[in-house]
Design a protein around this ligand. Structure first.
Ligand SMILES: [Zn+2]
Length: 85
């Protein structure tokens, strides 16, 4: 059943989603919320990007220079965040 959810609930669900375990009804409610709420829609894109970077960072950790991300990589991230909006 579709329920209207608040932005607070939506962001909470977005954070839980990677672990799975959301019921079909909850996913549908979240999907509906993302249809009409620009703020949460943007938040979803950003969390997806951040999760992607976290995975990439974990993969690259072994051959990452000790200084962490290069300025170039940081600039690319900023660029993609801007584009996601
Ligand atoms: Zn919202």
């Amino acid at each position: 059943m579709l329920r209207l959810i608040t932005c607070q609930t939506a962001t909470l669900l977005l954070e839980q989603r990677p672990e799975g375990g959301l019921s079909r009804g909850t996913r549908a409610s979240l999907w509906l919320h993302l249809r009409y709420c620009q703020a949460c829609h943007r938040y979803e894109k950003q969390t997806a990007l951040i999760a992607e970077w976290a995975r990439a960072a974990a993969r690259n950790q072994a051959n990452m220079p000790t200084g962490g991300l290069s300025e170039q990589a940081k600039e690319r991230m900023r660029q993609r965040l801007v584009e996601a909006e």
